[in-house]
Design a protein around this ligand. Structure first.
Ligand code: F1P
Length: 347
């Protein structure tokens, strides 16, 4: 393994940071005035990666608590506030930002609090930055702070902060789980991503995932785009047949994150795209492996754990490493993606 890139180091350090973050999150008590299920709605907001994290979080929140939960780009909260919240709807806003300095998210929280629509929880790697100072409910994950422009370990560690908000009764063996299963998945992801990232034939990357996993495939789509300047797309599995499939060819790699609930339908889509000439990679929980191995050119197994929300960060290292190794094979420096800054601050 070569270690000169800090993006690579940050990706590879994830299992250790997850263990530190779990210990740290155990010390936080958000003590919200009411339970999540008693809000009229929970909104998750962020920009870029943290918006995709919000998409994932909103599906889990509604599944665990039955409360209406939605994800929204912070900018939409500024531009169209009345379509998201009003005084008659007791709302919990969960604002997610690695830096805690992104102007759109700061303005969204400012506006929300000024209207008196409810409480705000901030999830960030920087509990000392302006966003965190706006709320008394902060879940900070500073062990995940990065040098990189693109978010990698910050994303998965903020997923853990979301998980601790949604599922405060976390499984007791989590640290052990990330030590053993986290490291195994990272090492297998490394081998597979390095091999696939070096295959120059592929010019288009399509990421498919439904339900909770839709947010995560969008993050995979963004990683490969940012780091390796490649055409990438993300869709819900069955949506792919409704138009986008017309662009598929033999230069297309399709990466599917398979769910247990939708497995039969999702495998049928993968079978379909493979027949049409795409190269298929499937990521899924272990019990589905024989079925996936029949359909996919390559696969990666994640063992499921009792509380599923805590297992989802394990999908990310493969997606991040695929982006990294594609960048390397194209002669690009993944530490400094074109035209991108680590924080977007507006005048
Ligand atoms: C959000 C974000 C990142 C992106 C880039 C610019 O930042 O859009 O997702 O990769 O670094 O900023 P933040 O609000 O989460 O700090």
């Amino acid at each position: 393994m070569e270690y000169s890139s800090f993006t690579l180091q940050e990706i590879l350090s994830q299992p250790e940071t997850w263990q530190k973050t779990i210990q740290r999150l155990g010390q936080y008590r958000t003590n919200l005035p009411q339970r999540l299920k008693d809000y009229d709605q929970v909104l998750f907001a962020g920009c870029g990666s943290t918006y995709y994290l919000s998409l994932w979080a909103s599906r889990w929140c509604e599944t665990y608590h039955g409360v209406t939960s939605r994800a929204v780009p912070s900018s939409d909260l500024i531009l169209f506030p009345t379509s998201w919240f009003n005084k008659n709807k007791r709302t919990l806003l969960v604002a997610i930002s690695r830096s805690g300095r992104t102007t759109e998210t700061i303005r969204a929280v400012d506006h929300f609090l000024a209207k008196g629509c409810g409480e705000c929880v901030v999830i960030t790697c920087y509990p000392d930055q302006p966003l965190a100072k706006m709320s008394s409910f902060v879940l900070g994950v500073p062990d995940a702070i990065e040098n990189s422009v693109v978010q990698t370990r910050s994303f998965t560690n903020m997923m853990l902060a979301v998980a601790s908000l949604i599922d405060p009764d976390s499984p007791r063996d989590l640290i052990n789980f990330y030590e053993t299963e986290g490291k195994r998945v990272l090492s297998e992801s490394f081998e597979l991503a390095k091999r696939l990232g070096g295959l120059h034939k592929f010019t288009k990357f399509v990421f498919l995932g439904s339900g909770m996993l839709y947010g995560l495939v969008n993050e995979g789509m963004l990683k490969v785009k940012e780091m390796s300047l490649t055409q990438t797309e993300a869709f819900h599995f069955l949506e792919y047949r409704h138009g986008p499939i017309s662009t598929l060819d033999e230069q297309t790699m399709v990466i599917g994150l398979l769910s247990e609930e939708g497995l039969d339908y999702e495998l049928a889509v993968l079978e379909n795209v493979r027949e049409l000439g795409a190269y298929v990679v499937g990521l899924s929980a272990a019990q589905n492996s024989p079925l996936i191995q029949k359909v996919a050119n390559d696969d990666l197994l994640l063992r499921s754990i009792p509380h599923k929300i805590w297992g989802d960060p394990l999908y990310l290292p493969f997606l991040q490493l695929l982006a990294y190794y594609r960048a390397v094979s194209k002669g690009l420096n993944a530490d400094y993606p074109a035209n991108l800054q680590s924080v977007v601050e507006l005048e």
